[in-house]
Every structure is written in structure tokens, then in C-alpha cells.
Design a binder for this molecule. Structure first.
Ligand code: ASP
Ligand code: MG
Length: 456
């Protein structure tokens, strides 16, 4: 029987309670598993800030290491009381922190943070999780073994910070490495370039690691444990009466992630699209291995069509104006080429005769304005940016074929006097969205949810 791939994230690795739940769930499976872990909650951000500090000041190195060491000692003392084992695990921790120390010292010494070193340092969040969880499970009598990506042949295309998994090379190597009947614990978030450098899979990327492993191993399922109850018809913090969604398709889950639902990393479904491996989402607080949502290759179209309303408030609009931008050729190619050269991701483009609107992530707006300020294209007379935009999306198969969806959304917002700045329908069969100011987002999500889910 192939092993299930199980992912525990930073929200499960927050405190002793979370780790206790993890160990209980692992026991409930009562079978060999492939477990992928994220960093403990907040560690990746802590390391990201840390390397900048270390660059300036060598004293930060010990401050960072002792802060991590103290936290991990607390966890070790809680779970592993037997003196000899406790000391053994602390010694293993010291070895790992010793490696991290060398890289931090290197950064300080050369006064620079090359991409490959930054990727290596940030991977320590996950490496510490896999080390600790392996030891904790072993101390409970479970046959657990840590398996690092560099030791199992988990390769990528080599792009630092945002790599893509190379299945062709990795699959046979990983299968061979993980073939025994035990519980393997793998740090997520990175794989190796062909020149054996650590390459990160993008922020939040351990879901993608886990999906990649599920595909390589032909797993019966990819089980992702969260501290929330799976996919819902809307964010329960905004709509407390929102309902759970028992089943959705790979495409629906991908669109929901893209448009802001924080359940899965947007790339999670990518490796699984050509498989029929289900993704099962569980709530760590609940016993009994019963999934809250399942993501499969079935397209289910129900009467309502819409399965969920989601939002992302992380958008900015870049406006390129000129009397004839809509009819002149080559403008978009110039603009998108420049943005691409600077690794700025475009989320959406809407053009008219006189304005090209490009949607970006908020964090990229200033850099985009600066780069395009240097663009020499006589057709563009003015470039402006507007930050703090929210995109509200409705997601569900069949959107394109069902009349009245746009009207329902627009009517719901106009009843609330919310100004719609843009609307996009039909870009895919699965999602439609509109753009509003951030300040309207809560009312907008409530109103649209009510229109689709309550008033019928
Ligand atoms: N620890 C990494 C991050 O915070 C990866 C992950 O959590 O999935 O981005
Ligand atoms: Mg995460």
C-alpha cells in the first residue's frame, strides 16, 4: 500500500498543544506515512528579518541562535523528559544550529546575502521542525526517520526563491529513498538545484512540497492539516454563518487560493492536476481522521453554481494612460517585458482605448512605477498607481454558463452603495471577480455571500 502524504503547517507547529495534536493524529493513522512539515509558526519571518540584521551587526548572530535554541529547548523539555534522550536531542539541535551559525557568519563576513545563501538559511525553519518532530515521534515509540530533500533526490529547476519541482529527475530517486515501511519526516519549502544548492519553493511553499511528494509517490491522498475547518462558503471571520464545503475540484481550489482563501498555497494543486490524488483538508483539533473538505478531479456543478466567495486585499492597480493605448501594438509587450525582467508578477490586465490597467500585488507597486517611469514609449503619456484595492471573487464550475451571476454580485454591492471599480467575467469557467476599495471589503463579502447563499 502506498503511503499517504501528510502535511502539518506552521499553524499546527505553534505550541505544545499543537504538537501534541500532531502526535495524536500520527498515531491515529497507525500506518507508515510521509510527513511534510513547515517551519514553526513565525520562524521563517524571524529568519528573513534576522539575515538583514546579521548583515549589519555580528552580535545579532548569537541573539538569533539563542532565541531559537531557547524555544526549542522548551519544546524538547516538554516532550522528552528522559534525561539521556533529552540531552541527545539537544545535542542534535546544536549540530543543526551550528550549521546555521556558519551561514550567518558567512553573510556577516562577506557583507552580502547571495540568493543561494538566503535560501539555505531560510530552509532552517523547516529543518528544525523535521528534526524535532522526528525525535518526538521516536520518543513515543514510532518508527520515524527524518529525510532531507538533499538526501532523497528532491530536485527543482534551480530558481532561487521560487523554484519549480523537477519531477522527471526526482520521482525515481525519491521513490527509492522513501520505500521502507516507516514514518518519514521531510522538511517542506525547498528542494535542490542540480548543482546541489537549496532552492526555496516560494513563501508558503511546503504545501507545494507535499503535493509534489504525493505525485512522486502515487499517494492514495494528500492530507493537509490546518487549524481551521477547511474550505467554506466565505471566511468565517467575516461571515460567521458561512457553511463548510465538503467537496471541490482542483480548479476551484486553485482559484480560491489565487483569490485569497488562505487554506492552501496556490501551487498545491499544480502537481496533482493530471493525477486523481485527492487533497483532504482536516482540522487538527478534531479526532477521527474525517476530512472537512476534499479536493478531487470531479467537477461538481450544483444549482447555485457558486461554491465560495473570497477576497484578497493585496492588490494595486497600475494605470498607463495615453490617447491611443487601445489601438497601438507593442505597448503591452514593452510593459510586461519590463515587469517580467524585474520578476514582478502581473495578476490581471484590463485595457480600454485610453487606459491600460495592470493589477499587481501591493508590495510590487512602487518598484513597478519606478521601472516603468524609465520606459520610453511615446504612446504612454501618464503612469499612475493606486494601492489598497480588494478583489472579491466568486468561484464555482459553470459560472460562464449560468445567467445572472454578474447581476447578483453587482446588485448586492449596489444595494450597499459600494463602488465597483472593475469587473472581470469569463476569464475562466471557474471564477469571476470584481475590484473595490479595501475599505468596502467586509461589507462586500457579506453582501455577496448573502445574495448567493441566504436569499434562495
Ligand atoms: N515556512 C515557509 C513560509 O513561511 C513555508 C511554509 O510555511 O509553507 O513561507
Ligand atoms: Mg505555511
Amino acid at each position: 500500500m502506498n503511503k499517504i502524504v501528510v502535511k502539518f503547517g506552521g499553524s499546527n507547529l505553534k505550541d505544545e498543544q499543537g504538537i501534541t495534536w500532531i502526535t495524536q493524529r500520527v498515531k491515529e493513522y497507525n500506518s507508515p506515512l510521509i510527513i511534510v512539515v513547515s517551519a514553526f509558526f513565525g520562524i521563517t519571518n524571524f529568519l528573513t528579518d534576522g539575515i538583514e540584521k546579521v548583515l549589519q551587526n555580528s552580535e545579532e548572530i548569537q541573539a538569533i541562535l539563542s532565541r531559537i535554541r531557547n524555544k526549542k529547548h522548551k519544546t524538547i523539555d516538554y516532550f522528552i523528559q528522559e534525561n539521556e534522550d533529552n540531552l541527545k536531542v539537544k545535542a542534535l539541535l546544536d549540530i543543526r544550529l551550528g550549521e546555521l551559525e556558519k551561514f550567518l557568519k558567512g553573510i556577516n563576513y562577506i557583507g552580502d546575502i547571495p540568493d543561494f545563501i538566503s535560501d539555505k538559511v531560510l530552509s532552517y525553519g523547516e529543518r528544525l521542525s523535521s528534526l524535532l518532530l522526528t525525535q518526538i515521534l521516536q520518543s513515543m515509540g514510532i518508527e520515524a526517520q527524518e529525510a532531507l530533500p538533499e538526501d532523497i533526490g528532491f530536485y527543482t529547476d534551480g530558481e532561487h526563491g521560487n523554484a519549480t519541482i523537477d519531477f522527471e529527475i526526482s520521482t525515481p530517486l525519491v521513490r527509492e529513498s522513501l520505500k521502507e515501511d516507516k514514518v518519514y519526516i521531510i522538511p517542506g519549502f525547498y528542494g535542490m538545484s542540480q548543482s546541489n544548492k537549496v532552492t526555496l519553493l516560494g513563501r508558503g511553499g511546503s504545501d507545494y512540497s507535499a503535493a509534489g511528494l504525493a505525485k512522486m509517490m502515487g499517494a492514495p491522498s494528500l492530507d493537509i492539516w490546518k487549524d481551521v475547518s477547511g474550505y467554506r462558503t466565505a471566511d468565517p471571520k467575516i461571515v460567521p454563518s458561512s457553511l463548510g464545503i465538503a467537496e471541490l475540484s482542483y480548479q476551484e481550489a486553485a482559484e480560491l487560493s489565487y483569490f485569497g482563501a488562505k487554506i492552501l498555497h496556490p501551487r498545491t494543486v499544480e502537481p496533482l492536476l493530471e493525477t486523481s490524488i485527492p487533497i483532504r483538508i482536516f482540522n487538527i483539533e478534531e479526532e477521527g481522521l474525517s476530512p472537512k473538505s476534499q479536493i478531487t478531479d470531479h467537477r461538481i456543478i450544483n444549482d447555485r453554481v457558486i461554491k465560495s466567495v473570497t477576497y484578497s486585499n493585496d492588490f494595486a492597480i497600475l494605470r498607463l494612460e495615453g490617447p491611443g493605448v487601445g489601438v497601438k501594438h507593442g505597448i503591452l509587450a514593452d510593459v510586461t517585458g519590463l515587469l517580467n525582467d524585474n520578476k514582478i508578477n502581473i495578476k490581471s490586465v484590463v485595457t480600454s482605448q485610453t487606459v491600460i490597467n495592470i493589477y499587481l500585488e501591493s508590495g510590487d507597486l512602487d518598484q513597478a512605477l519606478e521601472i516603468l517611469g524609465k520606459l520610453k514609449n511615446s504612446a504612454i503619456t501618464k503612469i499612475t498607481g493606486e494601492d489598497k484595492q480588494t478583489l472579491v471573487a466568486v468561484v464555482g464550475h459553470g459560472i460562464k454558463d449560468k445567467p445572472g451571476i454578474a447581476m447578483t454580485m453587482i446588485a448586492a454591492l449596489s444595494d450597499q452603495n459600494i463602488n465597483i471599480k472593475n469587473i472581470a467575467l469569463g476569464a475562466s469557467d471557474v471564477a469571476s471577480y470584481l475590484v473595490i476599495d479595501n475599505e468596502d471589503k467586509i461589507n462586500a463579502v457579506k453582501a455577496i455571500h448573502e445574495a448567493f447563499f441566504t436569499q434562495r
